[in-house]
Design a protein around this ligand. Structure first.
Ligand code: MOS
Length: 714
């Protein structure tokens, strides 16, 4: 693989950061030596199988355990009447109760797919057979799972306040050009390759858990609270994780496994099935969005309004904050944005890669394209005319902002200058061809973390940090960072991660993992080097220096801190079959100093594939009658497969963060932002038809084509 990289300001040939490195655990992964939570061997292991509710609302009347307990190998059936009592006062890391992890504590069923029991047996097959045979009787109540815009009960959550500036209606009234359009995105699922799994056991008074998650210390702390344990009495390890995308926090499987291990005095593993994941691990809420833009004839924005609605469950509030995307993006005289939420009898949604920004950017970046069309302006030129000097709503300065550089480089490489702005003019056989673009932004933050760096007597170094590598390449990136910080070669670094005993650290989330962990490693490494210059021998246990970045991170002044990107797509549309094919995509990002071009490119391209998938394929369908999903598996829920993915290029412009010790910003999520809008804008350019509802399915293309033909004939 070749990667073109712009050399960074701080990069030199001698440094490891900025050079391409294959994954340090790559051989272990491809040879199968790397063990995942669902396959770690353990003597005496019992296997738990979750039983999920088949009704969408009601109460459990009875769990008929007796026949199942007589089945081969069955050891226990845990449910609300016999499960150990968890800490009733439990609140999660945000200080609010979360009944989804307080499993088997009550008889109420708030949605279809709610965990009602755990069957434990000697083998997974016995557990599964018994779980499928378990009869659970319900007192069923009427449910409502149907999401739409403007439902009664939609409200503004305290956690998601509106952003407001200026007099919106006055500026709209004074605008020569107005776009007023509604957009929607469907329910989408994380679908990490590795299903959620946990092995729990008691060892000398400590709860030991091997779990697939995005933050071992985070999960350990949650389990400690749930089971009323001292945090030091819980250890969670997550050495290898096959994807998470926001779904792998504390989930019912690890709580249920710990419960069963407590009851049975045996190690117990619980692995979710793909189908179970559709109701147990969160998802992206469907959204209904309305955008109103007002501009002068020269495209300068006077008003930006973005109103988004999403759903949450009846037991826990999660808001998909789609409307906040524009708060960092476009300058305007007036701004109003709010993401509201409505409670339905559905599972609680959750963070999913670029939460808020992914659906929000689809709506706003589509609307901006519509505005460019109405103004007769090139969509890149329109965006550049609305570049803000300071935060559009906050008024705070940007720590750095190089969106213009992304568009300049992207337009050059994509060949944008040759584009005929008129829609529906390029044809190649049965295909109509079009190109589209969109901007992207994502917040860039740091979180306190701790690390320990040890100089070993043999001249190597061991780094211990509760980081998570969920497939991102974080372990490798941190190895390069440690090597530079210690002025040694990456081969001399032993990177140990994903063990809660290593201390508090940021989770792999919010595009903040590598940045937050790198900071802690740099500080610990600097402390170690100070001690090593004093000279003297290194004792057998080595010399260790520790760090805690809480104070340094807390001292960062408030600013608008973001990454940026420019997305480009070319599509081919067959309006007689409704088929849309993406032919090529290009993403250029300003996302801080790039630590490892090889894995960074994978992050960007992976995000862009998500955007393609969001634009054309992904849609979870809920059945109104049962309240559950139709086709909740990877056959019924299609996401982009190899045949759907064309040539995708991702690259970056020089953009080191001025406040980060390494210059890192964070790259996990920006790749998906704006990608779906670029494709939808390209479909418009190909066909002349706007698609404001995702995914752009063949039936939608056909219906839109028929409607356009009807208009033409009328
Ligand atoms: Mo990510 S959605 O912050 O794991």
């Amino acid at each position: 693989m070749t990667t073109t990289t712009t050399p960074t300001a701080t990069g030199t040939a001698a440094e490891a950061v900025g050079t391409a490195h294959t994954r340090v655990e790559g051989v272990a992964k491809v040879t199968g030596a790397a063990r995942y939570a669902g396959e770690v061997p353990h003597p005496g292991l019992a296997h738990g199988w979750l039983v999920l509710s088949t009704v969408a609302r009601g109460r459990i009347r009875a769990v008929r355990s007796e026949p199942v307990l007589a089945m081969p190998g069955v050891l226990a059936v845990l449910h609300h009447e016999n499960a150990p009592r968890l800490n009733a006062g439990y609140t999660n890391a945000f200080g609010v109760p979360d009944p989804i992890v307080q499993v088997f504590q009550r008889d109420r069923v708030p949605y279809s797919g709610w965990p009602v029991a755990l069957v434990v047996a000697e083998t997974p097959e016995q557990a599964r057979e018994a779980a499928e045979a378990l009869v659970v009787e319900y007192d069923e109540e009427p449910h409502d799972v149907e999401f739409a815009a403007g439902l009664p009960g939609v409200y503004t959550a305290e956690s998601a306040p509106a952003g407001t500036k200026g007099d919106l209606e006055a500026e709209l009234a004074a605008s020569a050009v107005v776009v007023d359009a509604e957009y929607s995105t469907p329910e989408e699922h994380h679908s990490p390759m590795e299903p959620h799994a946990a092995l729990a056991r008691w060892d000398g008074g400590r709860l030991e858990v091997i779990d697939s998650n995005q933050g071992s210390r985070f999960v350990a702390d949650e389990l400690a609270k749930l089971f009323s344990l001292d945090p030091e009495s819980v250890r969670v390890r997550s050495e290898h994780v096959g994807g998470g995308f926001g779904s792998k926090g504390t989930r019912p499987h690890s709580v249920a496994a710990a419960m069963a291990a407590t009851v049975l005095h045996r190690p117990v593993r619980v692995v979710m099935t793909r189908r179970q994941m559709f109701s147990l691990v969160g998802y992206r809420s469907p959204t209904a969005q309305r955008v109103r833009l007002g501009a002068d004839t020269d495209g300068r924005l006077r008003a930006v309004e973005h109103r988004a609605e999403s759903l949450t469950s009846t037991v826990h509030e999660f808001v998909e904050r789609s409307a906040e995307y524009g708060r960092a993006m476009y300058g305007s005289d007036a701004h109003h944005s709010v993401s509201r939420v409505v409670r339905l009898d559905v599972p609680t949604p959750s963070w999913m890669r670029a939460p808020g920004e992914a659906p929000g950017s689809f709506a706003l970046e589509s609307a901006v394209d519509e505005l460019a069309e109405k103004c007769g302006l090139d969509p890149i030129e329109l965006r550049l005319r609305n570049e803000p000097d300071v935060g559009p709503v906050s008024g705070l300065p940007f720590s750095s902002r190089n969106l213009a550089g992304c568009f300049e480089e992207g337009a050059r490489r994509f060949g944008w200058a040759d584009r005929d702005p008129s829609p529906g003019v390029r044809r190649e056989g049965r295909w109509l061809l079009g190109t589209g673009t969109a901007a992207a932004t994502f917040p860039m933050l740091s979180a306190p973390s701790t690390a320990a760096v040890t100089a070993e007597p043999d001249g190597t170094f061991t780094v211990r940090i509760t980081a998570s590598d969920i497939g991102t390449g974080a372990r490798t990136a941190l190895t390069l960072i440690a090597a530079d910080a210690l002025e040694t070669a990456p081969e001399r670094i032993r990177m140990r991660i994903a063990d809660s005993d290593f201390g508090p650290a940021m989770i792999a989330g919010g595009s903040m993992g590598t940045r937050s962990w790198a900071w802690a490693i740099r500080v610990a490494a600097a402390g170690l080097r100070e001690r090593l210059v004093l000279g003297g021998g290194i004792p057998p246990e080595g010399i260790t220096a520790r760090s805690d970045t809480s104070r340094a991170v807390g001292a960062l002044p408030p600013m608008e801190r973001h990454t940026f990107g420019a997305q480009f797509a070319e599509v081919a549309v067959d309006v007689t079959s409704g088929e849309v094919r993406v032919r090529r995509m290009l993403g250029i990002f300003a996302a801080g100093r790039i630590v490892n071009p090889l894995t960074a490119r994978g992050q960007f391209v992976g995000g862009m594939v998500w955007g393609l998938s969001m634009a054309l394929h992904e849609e979870a369908v809920r059945d109104r009658a049962t309240g559950g999903h139709v086709g909740a598996d990877l056959a019924g829920y299609h996401f982009a497969a190899h045949a759907d993915v064309p040539q995708i290029e991702a690259d970056w412009v020089d953009d080191p963060d001025p406040d980060d010790p390494v210059g890192i910003k964070g790259i996990g999520e920006i790749g998906v932002v704006g990608a779906a809008a670029a494709i939808a804008n390209a479909v418009w350019h190909a066909t002349g038809v706007r698609h404001r509802h995702l995914p752009i399915r063949p039936d939608r293309v056909l219906l839109a084509g028929a409607a356009a033909a009807g208009d033409a004939g009328a």
